[in-house]
Structures are given as C-alpha cells and as structure tokens.
Design a protein. Structure first.
Length: 299
C-alpha cells in the first residue's frame, strides 16, 4: 500500500491515570488485574508492570480522575531530538525530558490536540518482574480509546504526524488507527468530552475470558458489556469499570492488519472479503447480536 511514510512509533507503551482513590485503584490493578508494582514516585505515583516492561500503567494520586498522558515507543531509528523538532515543525509544543520518571531516561513530551499529552521514548528499562499467577494476568497493554471534542484534530495528529494507518470507523464517531499489525492501537471517539474511554489488555487466549470474568466476579466487579465479539476489529471483548469508573477492556482475537495490503488478515468470522477499512454502522458493535443494555460508545 503506497504511503508517504511509515509510523514513527511501533507500540503503545503505557497509560498514566490520575486517581482520587489511589489505594483502591492500585489494589484493583495489582490484585484483580494482576500487575506488579515496580516503582513509587515522590508524588505517590505507582508504576505497574504486566510482566516485562518497567511500567504499562501509572497511577498518580489526585483530587479527581484524569487521563494524564499516553506513552508510545519510538521506532529504533528515530532520534529523540529529531522527533522533538519534527513535532514542533508540525506546530505542537514539544520538550525533551531527562530522568523525569522511573524506567525512562529520556523522552519527548508533546502536547497534542485537545490537551492530550503524549510521551515518546526510545528505551524503557525492562526489570521483567514476571507475569502474575493470580488475578487476570493479561499479556500486554494493547490499545487505548480516548474521547475528545477535538477528535478530528487528534485523528490527524495520529495519521499525519505519527503516520498511523486508518483501519475502520464506527459511524464517523469512533476512528480506529494502528501503528503496527493490531487492528487498532488507538481509538479516537469524537464527542464533546475529554477523557479516556477505555484501556485494553490482551488476554492469553479466548478461554481466559471466562477465567477473567470469574476473577472479576470474585472481586465484586461486574461486567458492563460482553464478553462478546465486536464487528470492527472482531476482537472478543469484555468490559468492566476500575474503581474510578475508568472502563477496562479485556480482549483476544483482534484482527491482524496487513499494512502492505491495506486489509485485515482474513478470518472465518469476517462479514466480507477482503476486509478493508470502512465505516460501520453505529449499531454494529456486537457480531453475535446478544442483548446489551449498556451504551458502549458513551462508556
Ligand atoms: Fe477497545
């Protein structure tokens, strides 16, 4: 597929959330999701690892919940200083930071559209605390969905500046974009709000949806939606709220994007072939048609 340039980043690194109840939220991510604490910041922030990276989730104590920033891993051939200059050339505020957080020696912080803050880094420490044997214990942080009233500008930020590929949208409201072979690494929801819609962890395999649901139930956490198969992306997905009512998705079997062909790798459950990017209907969230009283798009 002909393109002007390839994505500047290759994976979502981490998500930092402010929380009004650090102890309760921390306990959910440690005990129920099954992450491991690798460091504590001077401001009381906790750095949580799925099993390899220094951190995949950061929680910072605050008066109210908020999405603080999103970390993306830069491609190895991109120098931090060059990247910062490119961001400024695109009209974004960008500054390099040294030793500003545990696990990352050098990064560029960029203020994107809608006051969304991004951190870009070339290297993160990998203490590899190991995957937990308890809790949900996911494989990795796969994607983040963000609601922004400047959704269109945010999509342009991802596409025109960072080089993400557009893979699908739902009714022109939710736009799916990727920088690797996952159907989506980000999902931009264009609505008059500014907040995280959900963060998503990939489970080991689809049998783990049942185990995860039982783990959540034992912790007193209800499913909001699913597990069921989506249409755009075709991931099997179950959603629940963390203690701050930030939605967490646990998923498997997400479509595999082939950038060279501009299509998703064919799957038996696909509605058409070849599965190329398109606009899905806003009612087309659930391939199985099972009942759901929950408005997933509003979260
Ligand atoms: Fe998702």
């Amino acid at each position: 597929m002909q393109r002007k340039f390839d994505p500047k980043v290759f994976q979502l690194g981490y998500v930092a959330l402010a929380t009004a109840d650090i102890e309760r939220t921390r306990a959910h991510y440690l005990a129920t999701i099954g992450l491991t604490e690798t460091a504590k910041g001077e401001d009381g922030s906790v750095f949580l690892s799925i099993g390899f990276n220094h951190h995949d989730v950061v929680l910072q104590p605050s008066k109210q919940k908020a999405l603080l920033h999103i970390g993306f891993h830069l491609k190895p051939d991109i120098a931090i200083t060059d990247f910062a200059r490119q961001a400024r050339d695109f009209g974004f505020r960008a500054g390099t930071k040294t030793d500003s957080q545990p696990g990352i020696a050098e990064m560029v912080e960029v203020e994107g559209p809608g006051s969304n803050v991004f951190q870009f880094y070339g290297a993160m420490e990998a203490p590899a605390p190991g995957f937990k044997k308890t809790g949900v214990a996911p494989l990795r942080l796969g994607h983040i969905a963000v609601i922004s009233s400047e959704g269109e500008k945010l999509v342009k930020f991802y596409q025109d500046f960072l080089g993400f590929w557009y893979t699908d949208d739902i009714g022109g409201v939710a736009t799916f974009l990727t920088c690797n072979r996952d159907h989506h690494v980000v999902n931009v929801v264009n609505l008059p709000e500014a907040r995280v819609h959900h963060i998503a962890f990939e489970l080991k395999d689809n049998a783990h949806h049942a185990l995860a649901a039982d783990t959540l139930r034992a912790a007193g956490t209800r499913q909001l939606w699913g597990p069921a198969r989506h249409i755009a992306g075709h991931n099997l997905a179950g959603y629940h709220h963390d203690p701050d009512k930030v939605m967490i998705e646990l998923y498997t079997e997400m479509d595999t994007f082939i950038p060279e062909l501009g299509m998703q790798e064919p799957r038996p459950w696909h509605e058409y072939f070849p599965m190329k990017p398109k606009t899905w209907k806003i009612t087309d969230l659930n391939a199985w048609g099972s009942e759901s009283g929950f408005d997933l798009l509003k979260g």
